[in-house]
Design a protein around this ligand. Structure first.
Ligand code: FAD
Length: 379
């Protein structure tokens, strides 16, 4: 489907990503569901420039906008391997943007070429055992000591947690002020004394993706590791959530679209009661309805990304996208499994995997209810 939000540059991102995914990801990714995504694959993607879409040219990227992230995420999503897709997106769109948008010039000069080339893989650690949706309730602390800070706390559900070379960690630098005021973001490198990976968490879906608990025990980092300014972290997080939500909903749209295509193909060849399943009006109309909803969700997402790229405050629009598309992906995959019949329940089908993978779309990065409250506040 054509969209007024698409440009030649974005079409090029789409074409190149689609070709790469079809040739280099789809044939191999089933094994990664148990083994994890090989580092060589991530390194190869970095070398080919896929990690530099949002990184400015002077730091080794090509400096495109939010729409490029959405298109890139859609195409990764079409691989039907959500665990692979989120491994990449956490690096390109959830974690590294903190340095792109808020990092100090020295941090950008040092880290961004490494993020673009894939030499350094990133993770973002905000969630804690007792603080998820309510970000202001985090308890990890960063106390000033000498020329730096000492971090203490535990982070939960961190994607790329045990494989990232550097983790962007949210911590309270001023526990005495209201929750949202005293938060800062730190670059914590793997190997820093006191910084360890706790449990690796087994999951319903996104099985190729690494999800871990992180433990910070008297971790000393230098002042140079403070991203941007002290106590501005909550603002950085809320701003970065806009891009994160659009990227992961791009993923959910790509997954939904591909699942729907696979299901249309399946019901056209599968026969029951004397004709193809496609001949049953109830089935083809339901699939047509879901396609209509996907098209609506895609345009809603592109509009929110486009507004963001115009420098507009698009919190309401992005929250609408997160609430609408996150739920939609679950409806689409429910129907795709249903119309695959017993095959939809068998592990070798893409829709079985995607059904599990999309369950998180309405929870992670802002649960539907939290997003709807953001919309409600603006009505
Ligand atoms: C696989 C996976 C990967 C993740 N990766 C990362 C990562 O890389 N970095 C990171 O920092 N975090 C990560 N997370 C955390 C994720 O963003 C949180 O799980 C999510 O924000 C929800 O927080 P919670 O799990 O604490 O749920 P809670 O905050 O406990 O909420 C539970 C449920 O209550 C409901 N709810 C919450 N608030 C409200 C409200 N105000 N009104 C009505 N209902 C409400 C929602 O339905 C919500 O799903 C990941 C999680 C998973 C499962």
């Amino acid at each position: 489907m054509k969209s007024i939000y698409m440009t030649e540059d974005l079409e090029a991102v789409r074409d190149q990503t689609r070709t790469y995914v079809e040739r280099e990801i789809v044939p191999h990714a089933a094994a990664w569901e148990t083994e994890g995504v090989p580092r060589e694959v991530l390194a190869a993607m970095g070398k080919l420039g896929f990690f530099g879409l949002r990184i400015p040219e002077e730091h080794g990227g090509i400096g495109l906008g939010t729409m490029a992230s959405v298109v890139f995420a859609e195409e990764l999503g079409r691989s039907t391997f959500g665990g692979f897709t989120i491994t990449v997106l956490v690096h390109t769109d959830l974690a590294s943007p903190y340095v792109v948008n808020f990092g100090r010039p020295e941090q950008q000069a040092f880290w961004l070429p490494k993020f673009a080339s894939g030499e350094a893989l990133t993770a973002i650690a905000i969630t804690e055992p007792d603080a998820g949706s309510d970000v202001a309730a985090i308890r990890t602390t960063a106390r000033r000591e000498g020329e730096g800070f000492v971090l203490n706390g535990t982070k939960m559900f961190i994607t790329n947690g045990s494989i990232a070379d550097v983790v962007l960690v949210a911590a309270k630098t001023n526990p005495d002020v209201k929750g949202s005021r005293g938060v800062s973001i730190f670059l914590v490198e793997r190997g820093t004394a006191g910084f360890t990976t706790g449990r690796k968490l087994d999951k319903m879906g996104w099985r190729a993706s690494d999800t871990a608990e992180l433990v910070l025990e008297d971790v000393w980092v230098s002042e140079d590791n403070l991203v941007g300014e002290e106590n501005q972290g909550f603002y950085y997080i809320m701003s970065s959530f806009q891009n994160e939500r659009l990227a992961i909903m791009g993923q959910a749209l790509g997954e939904s679209q591909r699942a729907l295509e696979l299901t249309v193909d399946y019901v056209k060849q599968r026969r029951a009661f004397g004709s193809a399943l496609w001949e049953k009006q109830a089935i083809r109309q339901r699939l047509a309805l879901r396609q209509t909803e996907i098209d609506a969700g895609r345009e809603l997402t592109y509009r929110a990304a486009w507004l963001t790229d115009q420098g507009e405050d698009a919190v309401r629009e992005v929250s609408e996208v997160k609430a609408f598309v996150g739920e939609l992906a679950n409806r689409v995959l429910y129907d795709c499994v249903q119309f695959h019949g017993g095959m939809g329940f068998i592990a070798e089908t893409a829709v079985e995997r995607l059904y599990r993978d999309v369950r998180i779309a309405s929870i992670g990065g802002g649960a539907t209810e939290v997003m709807l409250d953001e919309v409600a506040k603006r009505l």
